[in-house]
Design a protein around this ligand. Sequence first.
Ligand code: AR6
Length: 169
Amino acid sequence: MAELELQRGDITKLAVDAIVNAANSSLQGGGGVDGAIHRAAGPELVQESRRLAPCPTGEARITGGYRLPARFVIHTVGPIWRGGDRNEDELLASCYRNSMRLAVENGVRTIAFPAISCGIYGFPVGRATEIAVRETRAFTASEPGIERVIFVAFGDDVASAYDRELSKR
Ligand code: AR6
């Protein structure tokens, strides 16, 4: 199984093999972490990513990292929270699984995730971090390749939720 850790701060600064973007299906950029990643990567990123659109909810696409320290950006589209009975949990789990599958296919050994769907899309943070940690442990236990997974927390709520989740085992 991979080493799982929490880091505070800005995902665009991380010199890992791949950072994951919480995108929308157009892959044309947006607010939140998506906006930050596109600003830091430069305009070449959107030129590549928009050609891979649409990306349905739960799926993922990979591009170069351009001016980022990360080699790749893996764009995934989290579910919009609508109360919990619209398959949101499974769609979020698919984001983590599909992102890691693309990572492995591209030789990625270190990967950083933001808290997908936990900002503008309104997914409850404790529930989202539980899914993220569960899926990451299960995937990396059964598939070799990924050695280190960094969960990046921009705010205190996400940081304490990951702290709780990662200390469970
Ligand atoms: N580094 C790490 N995490 C960040 C950063 C950063 N630089 N900036 C924000 N976060 P969000 P979503 C955290 O809203 O909920 C966009 O417009 C943030 O605090 O970025 O999946 C897309 O185009 C939160 O915990 O993504 C979509 O339309 C987490 O990242 C929509 O927003 C995710 O918040 C996606 O919404």
